[in-house]
Ligand binder design. Structure first.
Ligand code: FEO
Length: 389
C-alpha cells in the first residue's frame, strides 16, 4: 500500500483494512476500516498528522521510506489506533516532537510511555508554521475522548479531523464523492462511537463552520470531498429533532412476546407510524444504534428470565443507555411465565434515557384480547406523541 498525493506537499499514508470485522473487541465492522495518517511537507518543516494502529506499523514505516525528516507529529487523539505508532516514529526521527492538547499529553504519557520532554502542547487556535503551510489547531473535545482536536491547513483548505466525521469503511478510492454508501457507514460510525457526545459535537460543528475548507480528511474512512454532505448530516444527527420512528428491539422465547410485538407493529403501521424492529438473537447492533440516531420512541420487548429481562435484551438496553440517544418516549412490552420484575430492572438500566414512559404491557403466558387492547392503546399514545413532533 503506497502513499498517495492529495495536494502538492500533502500525502495520504496509512492502511486500508478490508478484513477487520470487530473494533475495540466491541464494534462490528461489516465494511472494514482504514487508518489514515497525513504527511504535510512545507517549505521549511514537515509534519505527520496522526499515525496508525501498531499492527500496521510496518506499512507506515515503508511509506515513510525516503522522508528525510519529520519535525512534528500531530497527535489529534491519544487512542492507540492513531497514536500507537508514535513511539516508533519518534525513534525513527530523533528530532521530531509531538504536538497535542494538554489532556492528550497526559494520555500519551500514560498509555504509550512517550517521554514528556518530547511532547509540546498547543492551545486552542494556536498556529505552527511549516514555511509555506500553516497548521492551526482547533480543540474539538469529546469526539470521542476528552483530549481531541482537529488541524486546519488554511493554505490548502483542508481540515484533518481524526475520528470526528470519520467512517469505518474500506475503499479502494481515497475520496467519498457523493456515494450514499459512504454516508451509511458514517452514520453507523456516528451512532456507535459519537452519539453519546451529541451535545459536545453540536459545539464542535459550530467551530468547524467558522473555517473554510474543501476537504475533510478524517483518520478513518475516505476523505470528504463534498464536505457539506457530512457536515449537514451531522448537524441533523446531533440536533434535538427526532423523527416519526419507533425502534423495537426484542426477544421472544416461546412466541408470546413475538405475538405482542407483531400486534404492536401492525397497530402502529395502521396509525401511520414507522417501526424498525430488531430481533436480538440475530441483529447487527450497529443497525440498532443507527436507528436510535433518529427515533422518537423506543419500545423494548422482552420475556422474563429469572424475574428479569432476557440477557440479550439486558445487553441491548445497556447499550442504548450508554449511547444516550435522543428518544423522547419509551415503553416495555412482554410475556412472563410466573412472575416478573422486568420493568424495575429495565428502568434501573436506563438512567441516561430522558424518555417519558408511555406504558408497559405485560401478560402472563399467551397474550389475550385484553393484552391486544392494551397494545392498541399504547399504539394510540405513541401516534399522539409523534403527531405532535
Ligand atoms: Fe479511531 Fe478513538 O480512535
Amino acid at each position: 500500500m503506497k502513499a498517495r498525493t492529495i495536494r502538492e506537499g500533502i500525502q495520504w499514508m496509512g492502511f486500508v483494512d478490508w478484513n477487520r470485522r470487530l473494533f475495540d473487541a466491541l464494534i462490528p465492522l461489516p465494511d472494514g476500516t482504514s487508518y489514515n495518517a497525513y504527511l504535510i511537507q512545507g517549505s521549511d518543516k514537515t509534519a505527520l498528522i496522526d499515525a496508525v494502529d501498531p499492527a500496521m506499523a510496518d506499512t507506515l514505516q515503508q511509506q515513510l521510506d525516503g522522508v528525510a525528516k519529520i519535525d512534528y507529529i500531530v497527535a489529534q487523539h491519544a487512542e492507540q489506533d492513531h497514536s500507537g505508532t508514535i513511539p516508533l516514529i519518534l525513534e525513527m526521527y530523533k528530532e521530531a516532537i509531538v504536538l497535542c492538547t494538554p489532556k492528550a499529553k497526559n494520555l500519551l504519557v500514560d498509555h504509550l510511555e512517550i517521554a514528556a520532554e518530547r511532547i509540546q502542547t498547543v492551545s486552542d487556535g494556536e498556529t505552527i508554521s511549516l514555511g509555506n503551510k500553516t497548521l492551526r489547531f482547533i480543540y474539538t473535545p469529546w469526539v470521542h475522548w476528552p483530549e481531541t482536536m482537529v488541524t486546519y491547513l488554511a493554505e490548502d483548505r483542508i481540515v484533518f479531523t481524526c475520528d470526528f466525521l470519520g467512517s469505518h469503511l474500506a475503499m479502494s478510492g481515497l475520496y467519498a464523492g457523493d456515494d450514499p454508501y459512504v454516508m451509511l457507514a458514517a452514520k453507523r460510525y456516528y451512532a456507535e462511537i459519537m452519539m453519546p457526545f451529541r451535545k459536545a459535537i453540536q459545539g464542535n460543528l459550530k467551530k468547524l463552520r467558522e473555517i473554510d475548507f474543501d476537504l475533510i480528511a478524517p483518520s478513518h474512512g475516505p476523505i470528504w470531498d463534498h464536505p457539506e454532505m457530512i457536515m449537514s448530516a451531522y448537524e441533523d444527527w446531533v440536533s434535538d429533532q427526532v423523527k416519526d420512528l419507533v425502534v423495537l428491539p426484542y426477544i421472544s422465547m416461546h412466541g408470546s412476546t413475538e405475538m405482542m410485538v407483531d400486534h404492536l407493529v401492525a397497530a402502529l403501521a395502521e396509525r401511520g407510524v414507522t417501526v424498525k424492529k430488531f430481533e436480538l438473537t440475530s441483529t447487527d447492533i450497529g443497525k440498532l444504534a443507527m436507528a436510535l440516531v433518529d427515533a422518537a420512541t423506543i419500545v423494548i420487548g422482552t420475556p422474563t428470565v429469572h424475574l428479569g429481562p432476557h440477557p440479550s435484551v439486558y445487553s441491548a438496553t445497556h447499550l442504548a443507555n450508554a449511547l444516550r440517544p435522543k428518544v423522547r418516549h419509551a415503553a416495555i412490552i412482554g410475556s412472563y411465565g410466573w412472575g416478573t420484575k422486568v420493568v424495575e430492572q429495565l428502568s434501573g438500566l436506563t438512567p441516561n434515557l430522558k424518555a417519558e414512559i408511555l406504558g408497559t404491557v405485560l401478560c402472563k403466558g399467551l397474550p389475550r384480547e385484553e393484552t391486544f387492547a392494551e397494545l392498541d392503546a399504547l399504539a394510540d399514545a405513541i401516534r399522539d406523541k409523534h403527531s405532535a413532533l
